[in-house]
Design a protein around this ligand. Structure first.
Ligand code: ATP
Ligand code: MG
Length: 357
C-alpha cells in the first residue's frame, strides 16, 4: 500500500494546456474521488498516474518514489476502466489469471490467487463460464478481480460503473465500498456521478479546468463549498443562486429585498454577492417577511415523499422541496423562508465563499 504525491503536475497535449498545475497529497489507504465536469482532466490525471500518458512537468510520487519515468507495470498500480473489455474467448478463470500467466507466475500460485480474489468478489460460481454468459455487473466484477489479483499498491478506477444501469450501479457501488474496507488499498476513483463521489470518497477532489477547485470530505464539500462553482456542482437539484448587492443591512436586487443576519460572512457595504440556498433548505412560509421569497408555482415535480416546486423571483428561477402531503397546486402563490444558518454567500467577481474562517 502507498501514499501518492502530485507536485506541480502539468499536462500539455501539443500546445493545449490541459492540466496547468495539479497538487495533491493522498494518504496511504485513502479512497479519493476525482469529480468534475466532462473535460476537466480527470482521466488525464489518472492516466498520468498509471503511466499511460507522459507528465509534461512536475513530479508524481508513489510510496515516496518519483515514478514519472517508470513503466506502468513497475508502478505497482492496477487500473479498471469504463470499457473493461474482457477476452471473449477465455473463461472467467482465464481472464482473471491472464496477467499473472504472462508474468510467468507458477500455475499453482495463480490458482491460489484466483481463488482468493473470486472469494472476495463472489465470482466462484462463474469461473468456467465465458464473459458473454455473465451479467454486466458480474463482468465488471471480473474486471475488478483482474486488477485485484495483481495485489497493487494503488487502484485506479476510471468511471468503472458508468455502463451499468442505475440499480446495478448502486449495488456495485456498495461492493466497491465493502472491498475497500476489506483491502484498504489506496484508491483513486474517477467519476462525474456525484452520488458515487459522496458515498465512496474519504475525500473528494473537485476539479475544474485541470485544477483542484476544492479537496475535502463529502460533508465539507457539501456543507462548506469554497467556491460558487463547487456549490453549484454538488447537490441535486443544484443549489439556488440569487445575484444580490449588499445595501445597508439588506441584500437587494431584481425585486428581492432580504434582511438576514450576515455575521457569519465577510461582506462589505455595496458588495455584489451571490446568495446560495439548497432546495431542501427552503421552508414553506405563511406570511411575507424580510427573509421570505415569494412567487407563483410553475412546475411541480413529483419525487415520491417530496415534490420539487419551481417558481420565479424576478429573473431568478428557484427550486424548493416540499413534503408531498403539503404540496401546493400549480399556478398559486407560494412563500419560502430562508434560514440564515443555511445560506451561502459568494463574491460575484471571484466566486469565492465569503464565510468567515
Ligand atoms: N490525446 C489528446 N489530445 C488532445 N487533447 C486531449 C487528449 N486527451 C484529452 N484531451 C483533452 O484534455 C481535456 C481533458 O480530458 P479528460 O479526458 O482528462 O477529461 P475528463 O475529465 O476525464 O472528462 P470526462 O468526464 O468526459 O471523461 C479535454 O479538453 C480533452 O479534449
Ligand atoms: Mg474521463
Amino acid at each position: 500500500m502507498a501514499g501518492i504525491l502530485c507536485r506541480n503536475i502539468r499536462k500539455k497535449y501539443g500546445e493545449v494546456l490541459v492540466v496547468p498545475d495539479f497538487n495533491l497529497e493522498v494518504t496511504d489507504q485513502e479512497f479519493i474521488v476525482f469529480l468534475g465536469p466532462s473535460g476537466c482532466g480527470k482521466s488525464t490525471m489518472l492516466r498520468m498516474m498509471a503511466g499511460l500518458e507522459t507528465i509534461t512537468d512536475g513530479e508524481l510520487l508513489i510510496d515516496d518514489i518519483v515514478v514519472n519515468d517508470l513503466e506502468p507495470r513497475d508502478r505497482g498500480i492496477a487500473m479498471v476502466f469504463q470499457n473493461y473489455a474482457l477476452y471473449p474467448h477465455m473463461t472467467i478463470r482465464g481472464n482473471i489469471g491472464f496477467g499473472l500467466k504472462r508474468l510467468k507466475v507458477p500455475a499453482a500460485e495463480i490458482e491460489r490467487r484466483i481463488s482468493d480474489v473470486t472469494e472476495v468478489l463472489g465470482l466462484h460460481p462463474y469461473l468456467d463460464r465465458k464473459p458473454t454468459e455473465l451479467s454486466g455487473g458480474q463482468q465488471q466484477r471480473v474486471a475488478i478481480a483482474r486488477a485485484m489479483i495483481k495485489t497493487p499498491k494503488v487502484f485506479l478506477f476510471d468511471e468503472p460503473l458508468s455502463n451499468l444501469d442505475a440499480k446495478l450501479r448502486a449495488t456495485m457501488r456498495e461492493e466497491i465500498a465493502r472491498l475497500h474496507r476489506k483491502l484498504r488499498t489506496t484508491t483513486i476513483y474517477v467519476t462525474h456521478d456525484q452520488m458515487e463521489a459522496m458515498t465512496l470518497a474519504d475525500r473528494i477532489v473537485l476539479m475544474k479546468d485541470g485544477k483542484v477547485e476544492q479537496v475535502g470530505t463529502p460533508e465539507e464539500i457539501y456543507e462548506t463549498p469554497r467556491t460558487h462553482f463547487v456549490a453549484g456542482f454538488i447537490g441535486t437539484p443544484a443549489m439556488n443562486f440569487l445575484n444580490l448587492r449588499r445595501d445597508g443591512s439588506a441584500l437587494c436586487g431584481d425585486g428581492i429585498d432580504l434582511t438576514l443576519d450576515l455575521s457569519r460572512f465577510n461582506v462589505g457595504k455595496g458588495q455584489n454577492v451571490i446568495l446560495g440556498v439548497r432546495p431542501a433548505n427552503l421552508q414553506m412560509a405563511t406570511s411575507e417577511g424580510p427573509q421570505v421569497l415569494s412567487g407563483t408555482t410553475d412546475l411541480i415535480e413529483y419525487h415520491g415523499d417530496q415534490v420539487l416546486i419551481s417558481f420565479d423571483v424576478g429573473s431568478h428561477r428557484i427550486h424548493a422541496f416540499v413534503p408531498a402531503r403539503e404540496r401546493p397546486k400549480e399556478g398559486v402563490g407560494v412563500k419560502f423562508s430562508l434560514n440564515p444558518a443555511e445560506v451561502h454567500l459568494f463574491d460575484s467577481e471571484t466566486g469565492l465563499s465569503l464565510l468567515r474562517v
